[in-house]
Write a protein that binds this ligand. Structure first.
Ligand SMILES: Cc1cc2nc3c(=O)[nH]c(=O)nc-3n(C[C@H](O)[C@H](O)[C@H](O)COP(=O)(O)OP(=O)(O)OC[C@H]3O[C@@H](n4cnc5c(N)ncnc54)[C@H](O)[C@@H]3O)c2cc1C
Ligand SMILES: NC(=O)c1ccc[n+]([C@@H]2O[C@H](COP(=O)([O-])OP(=O)(O)OC[C@H]3O[C@@H](n4cnc5c(N)ncnc54)[C@H](O)[C@@H]3O)[C@@H](O)[C@H]2O)c1
Length: 469
């Protein structure tokens, strides 16, 4: 039995826990992925956005005629694009692994799968047992399998599709969520014919106005089969044929299945040792990120990231890692008053599709369902000078505001740079600021895109003053 003071399961966001501040502890990190550094670095946020940027550049070139640029021509060299992306990422992952293997005397790296045998004890696939004083469960999530579309060399998930040898002529994407729409835009931007199959609408949780605009934009760029699902799939000589529940069929050279991600709790056997779980399989944690067993904090066991979080987002995993690290530093016997609570709100989301979308908080409908007396204002990009420069017709910023206090309850942006434009609104909402005076209390560089947000805030203020209804 190996004994350590701290066991970290998962080297994604968990890998940020061992810093020099924890150098007095003996630490074991276990991870079983074929890559090092977790989902975000290797098969998630970072490579996808590197490809999305290339697709955006290609799309801009195709769109150039609209702005009076003639004869712009591009050739897509997929192997060069792919190798540039992974040339950068793989080097970072490999040096990160090397550092964890040999960089610090107090840290050891175990490259195996583990299962819990007791709340602070695990066994690896090869039978090695590790007992720890404290445990951090950061084992993330994995792509959900589709019952009617089994994996094959032509049916891939987000873990594999970025490594393909050649672009397919036609790609079918099953799913209507974030991964699906980001890959749809990415491959469409690179010239692939894309057909997306969604059992409801695309990005179904968006504000309805933005959702309508997103659906219209997507349908103008790639084929969208919504409100239908795959009921059977067959491999053909040159691809895959998908039978859909509406009676139609889709054929494609390659299929991407992107229908959500399952927390890895089943692979860890966390139910066997009595930890509490949400109905979707995530671990239940308290506000200090301590894992609960029978509703009570389990001594010395913390979780972070996709394995417990309601939002499967890297910025959420990073914040939870900071909370866990602070609570580890507080010491094994620290009383609750000495612990740091995870109480950051609201959580922003950003979708890097075409168009981009970013939002946080309530829509008008959900605000009213929560009992708020709320109103919304909308500002089109096209009403600002930057919107004229972009020749934009479809993008907007919407704010949902509490009438009594002027507090921002939600913000929803669709269009170029939506994630960046959202951030001043996240700042205001996170600090409970009223929209009253917010726009007028600072300069907004003219004619930058941020004027879209400034004008939305001015409109909300006018609404509060009764000048607009
Ligand atoms: C295609 C894609 C794009 C994304 N884009 C974004 C984005 O733009 N922005 C954003 O905020 N989020 C994005 N995400 C989500 C983001 O990647 C995740 O929320 C984040 O990486 C979760 O980090 P984590 O540390 O919880 O888990 P991970 O990084 O997945 O780390 C968990 C590790 O634990 C290991 N593990 C699991 N079980 C065991 C076991 N039994 N034994 C040993 N090791 C085990 C796994 O191998 C893995 O390496 C994206 C996700 C995907 C799939
Ligand atoms: N830009 C970003 O921040 C970003 C990018 C990619 C992924 N992510 C994170 O990764 C997570 C996973 O993304 P995702 O797109 O796989 O999941 P998702 O939860 O966003 O979407 C899942 C989609 O699959 C559909 N679906 C679920 N089960 C199905 C079934 N049996 N048959 C057909 N359709 C089914 C759902 O209706 C939904 O449209 C997201 O929750 C997101 O937080 C974030």
């Amino acid at each position: 039995m190996d004994e350590v003071e701290l066991l970290i399961i998962g080297a994604g966001s968990g890998n940020s826990i061992p810093t020099p501040q924890l150098s007095a502890l003996s630490i074991a990190i276990v991870d079983d992925a074929p890559w090092f550094g977790g989902t975000c670095l290797n098969v998630g946020c970072i490579p996808t956005k590197m490809f999305v940027h290339v697709a955006d550049v290609a799309r801009s070139a195709r769109d150039a005629e609209r702005l009076g640029l003639r004869n712009v021509h591009i050739d897509v060299d997929w192997p060069a694009i792919r190798d540039r992306v992974f040339g950068r990422i793989d080097a970072i992952a490999m040096s990160g692994e090397e550092y964890r293997r040999s960089g610090e005397p107090n840290v050891s790296l175990v490259r195996e799968s583990v299962r819990f045998t007791a709340p602070r004890e695990v066994e690896t696939d090869s039978g090695r047992r590790i007992r720890a004083e404290r445990v951090v469960i950061a084992a993330g999530s994995r792509p959900r399998a589709h019952p009617a579309v089994p994996p094959s060399p032509r049916v891939l998930t987000s873990d594999e599709i970025m490594h393909i040898d050649a672009l397919p002529a036609r790609l079918a994407i099953v799913g209507g969520g974030v991964v699906a729409v980001e890959f749809a835009a990415m491959f469409e931007g690179l010239g692939v014919e894309v057909v997306q199959i969604a059992r409801s609408t695309l990005l179904r949780d968006l504000d309805p106005e933005l959702q309508g605009r997103f659906m219209a934009a997507a349908a103008a760029s790639w084929e969208v089969r919504s409100e239908t699902n795959v009921v059977a799939s067959t491999e053909t000589a040159d691809g895959v044929r998908l039978e859909l529940s509406d009676g139609s069929a889709v054929s494609a050279e390659l299929v991407l299945v992107a229908i959500g991600r399952e927390p890895n709790t089943d692979r860890l056997g966390t139910e066997d040792v009595g930890f509490d779980h949400h109905p979707d399989g995530r671990l239940v944690v308290d506000r200090y990120q301590r894992v609960l067993s029978g509703g009570e904090a389990t001594a010395g066991v913390f979780a972070l990231g996709d394995i417990d979080a309601a939002h499967q987002l890297k910025h959420v995993a990073n914040h939870e890692a900071r909370v866990v690290q602070a609570n580890l530093l507080a010491g094994p016997d620290a009383p609750e008053v000495k612990l740091v609570a995870n109480d950051l709100a609201p959580v922003p989301s950003a979708v890097f599709s075409a168009p981009q979308v970013a939002w946080f908080g309530e829509t008008l409908a959900t605000a009213e369902q929560c009992g708020f007396d709320a109103f919304e204002v909308l500002h089109e990009y096209a009403w600002t000078a930057w919107g004229w420069a972009l020749e934009d017709r479809d993008s907007c910023c919407k704010l949902v505001v509490e009438a009594l206090t002027g507090r921002l309850l939600g913000a929803h942006i669709i269009g170029p740079d939506a994630p960046v434009l959202l951030q001043p609104l996240v700042l205001a909402a996170s600090n409970g600021m009223s929209v009253r005076g917010l726009a007028r209390s600072q300069y907004w560089p003219h004619p930058a895109a941020s004027e879209i947000v400034e004008n939305a805030l001015l409109k909300a203020e006018d609404y509060l003053l009764g000048a607009v209804t």
